[in-house]
Write a protein of this length. Structure first.
Length: 118
C-alpha cells in the first residue's frame, strides 16, 4: 500500500492509505503529500474518460485497459482520528457530484471520488 498525507490547497486534511486487495504496489510514483488543487464535475469527467473506467465490475484484479490507457482502482483508508474530516469531504463530493483531481509528474492522473460514482 501507499501511505501519505492528503492536503487541499496546502491545508492538511488527513493521513491516507491507498491499497488494493490484488497487489502490494501502486504503479504511479506518488509524492508523500498529495496536495489537491483541482476538482471536476463527474458529468464532465465521464465525458473525458471511457465508460469502462467507471464500471466497478470492470476492475478485475484492480485494472482496466481501454484503448491503451490503464485505469487502476484503489481503496482509500483513513485513520480513525481523521475519519470525520474525510466523511465531510466525501459527503460534499456526493452532494455536488464532484471528483478530486491530482495531476502526477509521470503524466498520470489520480482521481478521488465517492464509491457511489462507480
Amino acid at each position: 500500500p501507499w501511505r501519505g498525507q492528503l492536503s487541499i490547497q496546502g491545508q492538511l486534511l488527513c493521513d491516507i492509505t491507498l491499497r488494493t486487495p490484488h497487489s502490494s504496489t501502486i504503479p504511479a510514483q506518488l509524492p508523500h503529500n498529495l496536495d489537491i488543487n483541482h476538482v471536476m464535475g463527474l458529468s464532465d469527467l465521464k465525458k473525458k474518460l471511457p465508460e469502462a473506467a467507471f464500471g466497478k465490475r470492470n476492475y478485475i484484479e484492480n485494472e482496466v485497459c481501454f484503448q491503451g490507457v490503464y485505469f487502476s482502482l484503489y481503496e482509500v483508508e483513513i485513520s480513525n482520528k481523521d475519519q470525520y474530516k474525510m466523511d465531510q469531504l466525501v459527503e460534499n463530493l456526493k452532494e455536488k457530484d464532484l471528483a478530486i483531481i491530482k495531476y502526477l509528474q509521470d503524466q498520470g492522473v489520480l482521481i478521488l471520488l465517492a464509491s457511489s460514482a462507480l
